[in-house]
Design a protein around this ligand. Sequence first.
Ligand code: SF4
Length: 340
Amino acid sequence: MREALLYQKLEHNKVRCNLCAHRCVINPGKKGICKVRENIGGILYTKVYGRTITQNIDPIEKKPLYHFYPGSKAYSMATAGCNFQCRFCQNWHISQIINDEVFKLGQNITPEKIVLNTKKAECQIIAYTYTEPTIFFEYSYDIARIARKAGLKNIYVTNGYMTDEMLAMLSPYLDAVNIDLKAFRDKTYRQITGGHLQPVLDNLKKIKQLGIWLEVTSLIIPGINDDPHEIRDIANFVVKELGSDVPWHISRFFPAYKMKEVPATPLQTLQVAKEIGHEEGIHYVYLGNVINNENMDTKCPKCSRVLIERTNFGIIRNNIKDDCCPNCGKEIAGVGLSLI
Ligand code: SF4
């Protein structure tokens, strides 16, 4: 365990954690909502620093980031824990701390070793992903600073529930972020995640304003957030507040964890959502969790020429030349589009 960053000491040995928007006030001997930060005698500790629960080499497309060094490999890692309790979580066995046994999984590994492993694996990017990286901020912050010095990129795949303080510390080392925008109704957020909508919307705008490459993902769940009005509200927010060039990934739900009784999202619902995205003016709308589908391809928003052909998280062909469409010359939004 290591003393946490970003907390305040309060009276009677209580502490307030200022890492995420829950801002938990934690009594001595208790943990925060994420269950990985514990108050011991008036000092807040992170229980996951240096303890990697999983690490893999993934295509960047799996994060998903489609406009950030397409075709590159990301060294992807996580610790246990999450500040949300999503009832549909696909990774619940490592994100939800059912009991302290979870902390025994994985292995101790220093930030330096993570960076070394990334280089050995010939990855150019480290992805903090699978669980919520905000809750292992101290660990990811140390890794990200070493990685930056070593010429690597850092990406966060996150629920976007961090505080301004956390973002201020981490953002100088962040190169790209994918944020889950899980719904556009606060009531839905409270019911399915335990969090609120507004902090996520605020962070989407802040990350865009900071100039960090941003993509947005929305998992469409039957009966929860599949109302076309709500889908249109999400698309409208993306265009108006983030801009037409921010890619929007519409992801297919499959039954999982505490929502096994809910059926998979019908393909028709996803197609309607995609049409809504285009109608609202988003230039790059993709469908995720849909195998072998042309809906993963990047098309020129001006002449519709296929620019990047994808399959199952891989690149078949990248036709982009000097960040532009080779047919009509339109500049295509993204980072490192023609480098790999
Ligand atoms: S990270 Fe968030 S959920 Fe965890 S203790 Fe801090 S404020 Fe609470």
